[in-house]
Design a protein. Structure first.
Length: 128
């Protein structure tokens, strides 16, 4: 994937930054700048272990049963929320609005992860 330099070279401007995410845009007329939402605040609404995803990729859906089984092995119920609209994805509790894992309001993953990585995260989080 290309870096932001290519976009900046082609007329995009850096409008907002948050963590590892940069928001670049080309403005054609005078309008308010877009901004990132406060996804940390959104994450606080999720209690327990949650997977929030869109049906964007077959890997997401395919991994759900495996991750539910893994969560159960750790004594946790994995709550599944499928986002079905653009508005839901735009208000996701992470910067990568199509796949998120949250545990008691804390963002654990903001992109697709394997079940092995999920186990590693649970080892760290549940033993802390």
């Amino acid at each position: 994937m290309t870096g932001k330099e290519l976009f900046l070279k082609n007329g995009f401007a850096l409008i907002d930054s948050k963590g590892r995410f940069d928001l670049l845009a080309i403005k054609f007329k005078e309008t308010p700048d877009p901004v990132f939402i406060d996804w940390e605040e959104k994450a606080k609404n999720f209690k327990g272990l949650n997977l929030i995803y869109t049906n964007q990729c077959l890997l997401f859906v395919k991994s759900i049963d495996e991750m539910k089984t893994t969560a159960k092995q750790y004594g946790e119920e994995l709550k599944i929320t499928e986002m079905k609209t653009a508005a839901e994805a735009q208000h996701s509790p992470s910067g990568f609005g199509v796949y998120t894992i949250v545990y008691n309001g804390k963002l654990l993953a903001d992109h697709y992860i394997s079940n092995a990585r999920f186990r590693n995260i649970l080892d760290k989080e549940l033993k802390s």
